[in-house]
Every structure is written in structure tokens, then in C-alpha cells.
Design a protein around this ligand. Structure first.
Ligand code: PLP
Length: 346
């Protein structure tokens, strides 16, 4: 039995017990395999490595207040992975297979599922990649689908804290009509160096603008953007933004709480008009943003403009309300009126 300090978990790769694996070859998926070796044998020429023919997902599983286990909206992740796979031209698991393998991963790593009461959960990472050795730039009908997991903390413990973000003038995330709306491994490669530069200057997040004109807000490097204006929840409509499941959930929660929801292009100038702003994604649910600096060159000191939403660390009432509602449903403390929690039998 692993001894884990459930209260000081971060968000990181973790060696649990089992990875759940299936292989699509010769027109069909193999049987599902429970792998405890934590290693793959790969061909050095494989497409996944050379051409980034690889996509992934991220979703969470919760030990709820009544002791049951629930995955949060896994069918949405299954659909998003199928969309990414179609873009890459590789086979995708069906929704049923995706959910079954995620559930198997939880059941075969139960000692790593944080108990209720620690604001922690189990992060599931489904990965789909092309193992076929091939030089030509054409799809080949072979894929490995693997689901791994890691216990994950809430980032904040019981209390949300706001963080600073920066708009880098010299980096873009996604091209128009490019790959930005798919959860491709390749999309993240270009964010590593900008994140390193941003973190070194105390910024938790990078906020990317639309790369065609740099006049509209797209999204953060690892989460969607939302702003609060009066009782309206505003989030960008853009072809190059990842369709975040947390954002979708927040929009539904905001509507449940009587707020208006606007999904539309968000001009850069509008950042000055929000009372609160945040990032949203599976890992953190909400990252409230204290201020956003614009920098012409990320590595250089000059800040050309600042949008401020509150003192660093402080969190506005709407972000707090939305966060509590979602996490309350995830931990089974509030009624799941939408049927978002997919229960797993032990
Ligand atoms: C670029 C990007 N945008 C948004 C999100 C949020 O998506 P989701 O809420 O489905 O986790 C993620 C992943 O978490 C992401 O990597």
C-alpha cells in the first residue's frame, strides 16, 4: 500500500501500479492489457515521435462524500479524443472503450485514489499515438491507446488564490485553421520555453491572442479564458481555442446560478472591462487571475500595459461561487442535476 500525503499532492507524472493499454492493428483493437512494467517498446522510426502523431486527454475521478467513485464527464473527453484522432488520421477508441479503459485504470490503481476530504482527486491521462515506423507524411491505421493516472492535489488546498498572467508579444499558440482546437501533443511543444520565461518572472499563466491579428483573446497555454462583467460570464469564441470541458461546465453552472453566458470573440480591449478574470481547465478547475501584463518581448523587462482584477492572491466573489459549485458537484456534496458524475463500481 502506497503511503501518500494526500494534503501535499501537486500535479505531476506519478508512477502508480497499472497502465491500461490497447493496440489497434490490422483493422481491430487488441484485447485490453493491464501493464505494470510502465514502459513501451517503440520503433525508433515511429510516427508518434518524428511527426508528433499523438493526442491526449485529461479528466478527473473523485472519491465522493458518500464513498462512491465518480469520473467527471468522461464521454466529453472520449468525443474530443475521437475528434483529435480524426484530425491526425489515426484510429480512435469508441466512447464505450474509452470509458471502460478509464474505469479500469481507476480500479487497478485504487490505492492512489485520494480519499474524500483532502481536496484531491485522481487525474486520468488517456494517450493515443501512432507507433508505426514510417517516413512518408500520410496516416497509417495503427494506434496505441493507453490510460495512466496520477493522484493530484487541488493546487490551492481549500482556498483559491489568484495568480498573475502575461500576454507574450513574441509568441503565438495556434495558427488560424491550424491545430489549436484539437488536443494534440504537438500544441504543447511551443509553450515550454514561453512558460519557463513566464514562470521565472512570477507569472503563472501565458495568455495567447489570436495569431492572425492579435486583436482578440484566445486562451491560456493550458486553460481557457473567461471574464466576468456584471452578472455575465464571457468566454472567447475562436476556431483556435481548445473546447474545454471545464469551460462548458462553467457556462452551464453560471446559467444555473442565474448568470448570462456570452461565448463570442473577446477583443483585447475588453480585458480592461472585466471585474474578474480566470483560466479554467480540468487540473485546477479555475485559476483566478489577479492581473495580466502585456509584454512586447517576453524575455525582456518592458511591460507595455497591465489589466488588473484585484490584489495578487485575492479572489473575486464570482470565481469563488463558480469554483465551489463545480467542486461541490465533483465531490458529491451538491446534487448532480446534470448527470455529470459517471459512477464506477468497485
Ligand atoms: C490549451 C488548453 N486549453 C484548455 C484546457 C482545458 O480543457 P479541459 O477543461 O477540458 O481540461 C486545456 C487542458 O486542460 C488545455 O491544455
Amino acid at each position: 500500500m502506497a503511503t501518500i500525503d494526500w494534503d501535499s499532492l501537486g500535479f505531476d507524472a506519478y508512477r502508480t501500479r497499472t497502465v491500461v493499454v490497447a493496440h489497434y492493428q490490422d483493422g481491430a483493437w487488441s484485447d485490453i492489457r493491464l501493464d505494470e512494467s510502465f514502459s513501451f517498446t517503440i520503433d525508433p522510426f515511429m510516427q508518434g515521435l518524428h511527426y508528433a502523431i499523438s493526442c491526449f486527454e485529461g479528466l478527473k475521478t473523485f472519491r465522493q462524500k458518500d464513498g462512491s467513485i465518480a469520473m467527471f464527464r468522461p464521454e466529453k473527453n472520449a468525443a474530443r479524443m475521437a475528434r483529435s484522432a480524426a484530425f491526425l488520421g489515426i484510429p480512435a477508441p469508441t466512447e464505450d472503450m474509452f470509458i471502460r479503459m478509464c474505469a479500469l485504470c481507476v480500479k487497478n490503481n485504487l490505492e492512489f485514489l485520494p480519499p474524500y476530504g483532502h481536496q484531491a482527486s485522481m487525474y486520468l491521462r488517456p494517450l493515443l499515438f501512432a507507433p508505426h515506423p514510417q517516413m512518408q507524411l500520410v496516416p497509417y491505421p495503427e494506434a496505441i491507446f493507453a490510460v495512466m493516472c496520477a493522484p493530484a492535489g487541488s493546487y490551492y488546498g481549500a482556498h483559491l488564490r489568484s495568480a498573475a498572467a502575461v500576454i507574450p508579444g513574441d509568441f503565438d499558440r495556434a495558427a488560424p485553421k491550424g491545430t489549436g482546437s484539437y488536443k494534440l501533443s504537438a500544441n504543447y511543444a511551443g509553450t515550454f520555453v514561453p512558460y519557463k520565461l513566464a514562470h521565472a518572472q512570477g507569472y503563472a499563466e501565458l495568455l495567447y491572442l489570436n495569431s492572425a491579428t492579435r486583436e482578440y483573446v484566445d486562451e491560456f497555454g493550458s486553460s481557457n479564458f473567461f471574464g466576468i462583467k456584471g452578472d455575465t460570464y464571457v468566454t472567447p469564441l475562436s476556431d483556435s481555442v481548445l473546447p474545454s470541458i471545464t469551460n462548458l461546465t462553467l457556462q452551464e453552472v453560471a446559467a444555473d446560478l442565474g448568470m448570462r453566458v456570452e461565448k463570442r470573440p473577446v477583443p483585447l480591449e475588453e480585458l480592461a472591462g472585466f471585474s474578474e478574470a480566470g483560466g479554467c481547465g480540468t487540473a485546477v478547475v479555475i485559476t483566478p487571475i489577479s492581473h495580466i501584463d502585456m509584454k512586447p518581448v517576453l524575455a525582456e523587462p518592458l511591460v507595455s500595459r497591465t489589466f488588473r482584477y484585484g490584489p495578487d492572491g485575492e479572489v473575486g466573489p464570482v470565481c469563488t461561487k463558480l469554483y465551489k459549485r463545480i467542486t461541490g458537484i465533483q465531490f458529491g456534496e451538491l446534487e448532480d442535476t446534470h448527470g455529470w458524475c459517471h459512477k464506477i463500481e468497485e
